[in-house]
Design a protein around this ligand. Structure first.
Ligand SMILES: *Cc1c(COP(=O)(O)O)cnc(C)c1O
Ligand code: SF4
Length: 337
């Protein structure tokens, strides 16, 4: 499925580097995002998240095509089953926008198809036949680019599986294309089961009037909202910026859930910062900001070993990087790059 509207952003004519970037990684920006970008500011934190840059052509040796190891945990197409009690269900590979730092950037884009009807049925059959699955997390791509009718079909199928008790959506749509949040979309999510939405937002400037109206619709329908943000150099690697973001979200009735350390996605080294800097930022807002407004700072262990809190027992500095312990007690190495 293609994004509904063409982007307003046209690659500058004759810029060979950007043409190369666009050949390798999907580029799409919505009207709503273009309106939010402050074109007078060359360091605009919204522009940096969405507009392609020649820096993406630089890849470093530690970067991985599949940084968080989705592929090694995929029992059937469209499912990632890494933790016993929950799976990712990825019905679609397109998004409303393409974030330049995306951890799935090798997988998402208009060239990659959604699951076919049969593939989706097989993925749902896997969930039905795997009794330990308590929670289904719809992600992608972005599940909210699907039509309300297709979302309703997926919800109907999940509603019939007794062991599935929680249905979670990970989405950027309410921020990137709030006009897609129609009453039909909200109604399609109705369920007797618990439904949660985790909104991806990285800077308070993204939370415009239209975005607030969109998120309010979900809340009015009784759907709790959480947020996830990625810590990004040049976007939000500043304590005051993070504090403003988490305050704004919390005041919008959106509970900050995760702050992700940036993943080792190809061509994203210009967005990365060290774990030590990330921890420094998180320590600065600790105590200054209400506890309910604080997300957990997490690292997705490269290779598919799951997420861990980016500190404490889980992540210990030992002079040559970090000794990381995953949730099953497995040991891994991690180094800043
Ligand atoms: C992130 C992720 C989840 C969800 O993890 P939570 O910590 O429950 O938010 C589930 N499965 C996979 C494969 C993931 O990458
Ligand atoms: S919306 Fe999510 S999946 Fe899509 S490009 Fe952005 S980070 Fe990647």
């Amino acid at each position: 499925m293609q994004p509904r509207r063409k982007s307003k952003f046209d690659l500058p004519q004759g810029d060979l580097a950007l043409a190369q970037v666009a050949e390798r990684y999907a580029v799409s920006v919505t009207d709503a995002v273009m309106e939010t970008i402050d074109s007078a500011n060359p360091a605009d934190p919204v522009a940096r998240q969405y507009l392609p840059s020649a820096e993406e052509l630089k890849t470093t040796p530690d970067e991985l095509d599949d940084p968080i190891g989705d592929d090694v945990h995929s029992p059937v197409k469209g499912i990632v089953h890494r933790y016993p009690d929950r799976v990712l269900l990825k019905p679609v590979h397109v998004c409303a926008v393409y974030c330049r730092f995306c951890f799935r950037r090798e997988k998402v884009g208009p060239g990659s198809e959604a699951l076919s009807k049969e593939e989706l049925q097989k993925a749902i059959a896997y969930i039905r036949n795997t009794k330990e699955i308590w929670e289904v997390i719809l992600t992608g791509g972005d599940p909210f680019v699907l039509s309300p009718r297709r979302l309703r079909d997926i919800m109907d199928a999940l509603n019939e599986i007794p062991h599935v008790q929680v249905i979670r959506f990970h989405t950027r749509v309410p921020v990137a294309d709030p006009s897609r949040v129609t009453d039909e979309l909200v109604q399609a999510l109705h369920s007797e089961k618990a439904v949660y939405i985790v909104l991806h937002a990285n800077h308070a400037r993204e939370l415009t009037v239209k975005v607030r109206e969109a998120t309010r619709k979900f809340i009015a329908a009784g759907i709790p909202l959480l947020s996830q943000s990625t810590l990004l150099r040049g976007v939000n690697d500043d304590a005051a910026v993070l504090e403003e973001l988490f305050r704004a979200l919390t005041a919008m009735k959106i509970k900050p859930y995760y702050l992700h350390h940036p993943d080792l996605a190809p061509g994203t080294s210009h967005f990365r910062l060290s774990i030590a800097r990330g921890r420094g930022l998180v320590e600065k807002i600790w105590g200054r900001l209400s506890g309910i407004a604080q997300p957990s700072y997490v690292l997705d262990i490269p290779g598919g070993f799951g997420k861990v809190p980016a500190g404490g027992e889980w992540l210990q500095e030992d002079g040559e990087g970090y000794a990381v312990t995953d949730y099953q007690g497995g040991k891994h190495r991690y180094k800043d790059s």
